[in-house]
Design a binder for this molecule. Structure first.
Ligand SMILES: Nc1ncnc2c1ncn2[C@@H]1O[C@H](COP(=O)(O)OP(=O)(O)OP(=O)(O)O)[C@@H](O)[C@H]1O
Ligand SMILES: [Mg+2]
Length: 259
C-alpha cells in the first residue's frame, strides 16, 4: 500500500544539502511559518544533532525526535507548538546515540516513516518538513524515506553545488534501489548578493545544471539578528526583501507537487 500519498495528500519534504551552512534550517523554519500563514497544518522536524530549530525558536522539550524514533515517547509528547502557527519536534545532540542504536534494528531506514504511520502523522498534517544535517547519515536516510520531495538550498559557493549533486545522487539511489518514490522539488539559491561576481557565476552554474530552480533568497544581516532574538524573520523584520523571496518560494511549493 502506498501509505504516504494515499492519505489526505499530505506532503513530506526533506530539506537537504551535504554542505553545511547553506541555509537549510532557515528555509525549513520559514517555509513552516509561511505555509502555516497560508492555513496549512505543518509539522517541522529537526533531525540535526546541532538542534538548530529548537535553538533558533527557543523551543525546548524533554521528549525529542530521539524518543519518538526509539519508541520511548508518543508523538503528542514530542510535539511543541510555535506561537500557534506550526508544530515542531526538536533534536538534541544525543540523537547521535539513537543513530547508533538504530543500526542494529530491523528496518532501520524506515523507523521514522513507521512512527509517522503509527501515530497517523500523514493524516494529521498538510506538510511535514524535515530539516537535516549536512551528512549522509542513517537519520537523513530516514528523512528521505519518510518524505517524497526534496528541497536543496545552495549558497553561492561552488562546493555547495557539489553538495547538491551528492543529494541528487542519494535521491536516485532511493528511487532505484529502495523503490521509493521521491523527487527533487527544487534547488533554492541562498545567500544571493547581487553585487558579487562569484554569486553570479554560481547562479549561472545552478541554472545551467538544474531544471527546477526555485526563486532565490537574498542575503541579509537581519537573519542572524532574527535568530539571535529567537524569532522568525517574518516576526523580526517583516518588510525584509527575503520575506518577498520566501513568498515566491511558498507559491511555487504550493503549486508544484513533485511526486
Ligand atoms: N539569507 C540569509 N542571509 C544571511 N544570513 C543567513 C541567511 N540564511 C541563513 N543565514 C544565517 O547563516 C547561518 C547558516 O544558516 P542555516 O543555519 O540556515 O544553514 P544550515 O544549512 O542549516 O547549516 P547547518 O549545515 O549547520 O545545519 C545561520 O547563522 C543563519 O542565521
Ligand atoms: Mg541547519
Amino acid at each position: 500500500m502506498n501509505t504516504i500519498t494515499d492519505k489526505k495528500s499530505c506532503r513530506g519534504i526533506t530539506i537537504a544539502n551535504a554542505r553545511g551552512g547553506v541555509g537549510k534550517t532557515f528555509v525549513s523554519i520559514h517555509l513552516a511559518y509561511m505555509l502555516a500563514e497560508r492555513r496549512k497544518k505543518v509539522l517541522l522536524i529537526d533531525t540535526d544533532p546541532q538542534g538548530t530549530v529548537g535553538l533558533w525558536l527557543n523551543m525546548d522539550s524533554p521528549a525529542t525526535l530521539y524518543h519518538l524514533l526509539l519508541g520511548e515517547s508518543s508523538l503528542d509528547d514530542c510535539v511543541l507548538r510555535y506561537k500557534d502557527k506550526f508544530d515542531i519536534i526538536i533534536s538534541k545532540d544525543y540523537i547521535k546515540e539513537a543513530e547508533i542504536r538504530m543500526v542494529g534494528m530491523v528496518s532501520r531506514e524506515n523507523l521514522l516513516r513507521n512512527r509517522f504511520e503509527e501515530f497517523d502523522v500523514y493524516n494529521r498534517y498538510d506538510f511535514i518538513l524535515i530539516d537535516t544535517s549536512p551528512s549522509l547519515s542513517l537519520l537523513n536516510q530516514n528523512a528521505y524515506l519518510a518524505s517524497r520531495e526534496v528541497i536543496i538550498p545552495v549558497n553561492m559557493e561552488p562546493l555547495a553545488v557539489v553538495g547538491a549533486s551528492s543529494i541528487i545522487e542519494s535521491i536516485k539511489i532511493m528511487r532505484k534501489l529502495m523503490k521509493h518514490k521521491i523527487g527533487l522539488l527544487g534547488i533554492v539559491p541562498t545567500f544571493v548578493n547581487n553585487q558579487s561576481n562569484v554569486a553570479k557565476q554560481v547562479l549561472n552554474l545552478i541554472k545551467a545544471n538544474y531544471d527546477n530552480v526555485l526563486p532565490m533568497i537574498h542575503t541579509s544581516v537581519r537573519v542572524k539578528e532574527a535568530s539571535g532574538s529567537f524569532q522568525t524573520l517574518n516576526e523580526y523584520d517583516p518588510r525584509n526583501i527575503i520575506i518577498e523571496d520566501m513568498k515566491m518560494i511558498v507559491d511555487r511549493v504550493l503549486n508544484e507537487k513533485k511526486v
